[in-house]
Write a protein that binds this ligand. Structure first.
Ligand code: UD1
Length: 363
C-alpha cells in the first residue's frame, strides 16, 4: 500500500510524527508532501528534527497568502505530484488550508482520500478551519474520527458509513514526549526572558484571526494577560507578531513576557512546568488536558468539548469583559481534581489508522 500524507502547518507535523513512526514498522510506502504553508524554522523544521520525522519527499513551497491564494497554490501544485505518485490513499490532516486543498486535489484525480481528525465541529462559520473541516469531511472517502463526539457529528451529516473511530494520534505523541521529558531526555525549554521556571507562571498562546486581527480586540486581550497576578510566558506565533506590529501594539507589557514558539518537546516541558495555560489553540487545549493542567481558552466555543468536563478547560471568549478579579481567579485556578478519563484514546491511534487504511483498501 502506498500512502501519501499532505502536511503543511505546525499542528499537522505533530500529527505526522506518530503516523510516520507507525508506517516505519510496516512494508507500506509512506510519501510525505509538505505544502510549505508554514516555512519558518520555528514552525516547521524543528518538528522534523525534534520528532524524528523523515524529511519530506516533496516540498511545494507555497508560503503565505490570502485563503484563496494559499489554497489555490496547493491545489495547482498537487496535480503533478499525484500524477507521478499515484498513491492508494491520500491522507490529509486536521483543518488547515493545506488539508482542504490536498483533499480536493486528490478527489479531482479520482484518488481515495482519508481525513485524519475528521468530524470535529466548532459550528462557528467565521473560522476558516470550520470551512476546511466540513468541506474535507464531505469529499473524503474514509473519515478517521478522534472521538465519539466526532463520530456523532459525522453521523448527523449523513457520513456514518464512511466514518471510523480511530482515536487521537496527538495522544500518541504527547504521552511519548511527556515520558521522555520526565525521564530528562530533553533540555529545559527556552522560556521567555523574565520567566523563572522554578516559580509559578502561566503559559499563553494566541493566533486565531478572530483574536489577532482586530486591533481593539487584540489590545484588550493583551491588557487582560498583562494584568494577571503571575508572570505569563507568551509564545508568540508569527501571525500574532505580524498583526501586533502592523497595529503598533506592544506585546511585552505588565505580566506578559514574550518568547518564540517552542519545539514540540519544549512546549510539552513548558506546559508541565507551568501553573496553567491560556490559549486559543485547539491542540494546546488538548495537550494541557492530557498533561493535567488547567486550561483557559480565549474562544466562544471549542471543538474539543471533552476537555470542558470537570472544569479542566474553561471558555472565556472575552477576558477583558470580566471583572479583573474574576478573570484573575479563573486564569490562575489550580488544576481540578475531577477524573479526566481517556476520551481521546490510550495513545495507540496511529497504528489503528494504518490498520483502517489497510482495511479500507480491501473493503
Ligand atoms: C494556520 C491554520 C490554523 C492552525 C495554525 C497553526 C489555516 C486557515 N489556518 O494558521 O488552522 O491552527 O496554522 O499554527 O490553514 N507566517 C510566518 N511564517 C510562517 C507561517 C506563517 O511568518 O512560517 C505568518 C504570515 O504572516 C502569515 C500568517 O503567519 O500570513 C498566517 O499564516 P497562515 O499559514 O495563513 O495561518 P496560521 O495563522 O498559521
Amino acid at each position: 500500500m502506498k500512502v501519501l500524507s499532505v502536511v503543511g502547518a505546525r499542528p499537522q507535523l505533530v500529527k505526522l510524527a506518530p503516523i510516520a513512526a507507525a508506517f516505519a514498522g510496516t512494508p507500506h510506502q509512506h510519501v510525505i508532501v509538505h505544502t510549505g504553508q508554514h516555512y519558518d524554522a520555528d514552525l516547521s523544521d524543528v518538528f522534523f528534527d525534534g520528532l524524528g520525522i523523515p524529511a519530506p519527499d516533496v516540498h511545494l513551497g507555497v508560503g503565505s497568502g490570502s485563503h484563496g491564494v494559499q489554497t489555490g497554490a496547493v491545489l495547482a501544485a498537487m496535480d503533478k505530484v499525484l500524477e507521478e505518485e499515484r498513491p492508494d490513499w491520500v491522507l490529509v490532516y486536521g483543518d488547515t488550508n493545506s488539508t482542504v486543498a490536498g483533499a480536493l486535489s486528490a478527489v479531482k484525480m479520482h484518488l481515495p482520500v482519508a481525513h485524519l481528525e475528521a468530524g470535529l465541529r466548532s459550528f462557528n462559520r467565521r473560522m476558516p478551519e470550520e470551512h476546511n473541516r466540513v468541506l474535507t469531511d464531505h469529499c473524503a472517502d474514509l473519515l478517521l474520527a478522534p472521538t465519539e463526539e466526532a463520530m456523532r457529528h459525522l453521523a448527523n451529516e449523513g457520513l456514518a458509513e464512511r466514518s471510523r473511530l480511530a482515536g487521537d494520534v496527538m495522544v500518541d505523541i504527547c504521552l511519548r514526549i511527556r515520558d521522555a521529558v520526565a525521564a530528562g531526555e530533553h533540555p529545559a525549554p527556552a522560556l521567555p526572558p523574565g520567566i523563572d521556571a522554578g516559580a509559578p507562571f502561566l503559559l499563553a498562546t494566541l493566533h486565531r484571526p478572530d483574536n489577532t486581527d482586530d486591533p481593539e480586540r487584540l489590545s484588550a486581550i493583551l491588557a487582560s494577560l498583562a494584568g494577571l497576578p503571575v508572570p505569563v510566558a507568551l509564545l508568540a506565533h508569527p501571525r500574532l507578531v505580524a498583526r501586533a506590529k502592523e497595529h503598533g501594539i506592544e506585546l511585552e507589557q505588565g505580566s506578559v513576557h514574550v518568547g518564540r514558539p517552542l519545539p514540540y518537546a519544549g512546549l510539552i516541558a513548558a506546559v508541565m512546568a507551568s501553573a496553567g495555560v491560556v490559549t486559543d489553540s485547539g491542540g494546546l487545549q488538548k495537550e494541557t488536558f492530557l498533561l493535567g493542567r488547567a486550561c483557559t481558552t480565549v474562544r466562544p466555543e471549542t471543538e474539543w468539548v471533552e476537555t470542558l468536563e470537570g472544569g479542566w478547560n474553561v471558555l472565556v471568549p472575552d477576558p477583558h469583559r470580566l471583572p479583573a478579579a474574576e478573570w484573575s481567579a479563573l486564569a490562575t485556578r489550580p488544576a481540578p481534581q475531577a477524573p479526566r478519563g481517556t476520551p481521546y484514546g490510550e495513545g495507540t491511534a496511529a497504528v489503528r489508522v494504518v490498520e483502517l487504511l489497510e482495511q479500507g483498501l480491501r473493503g
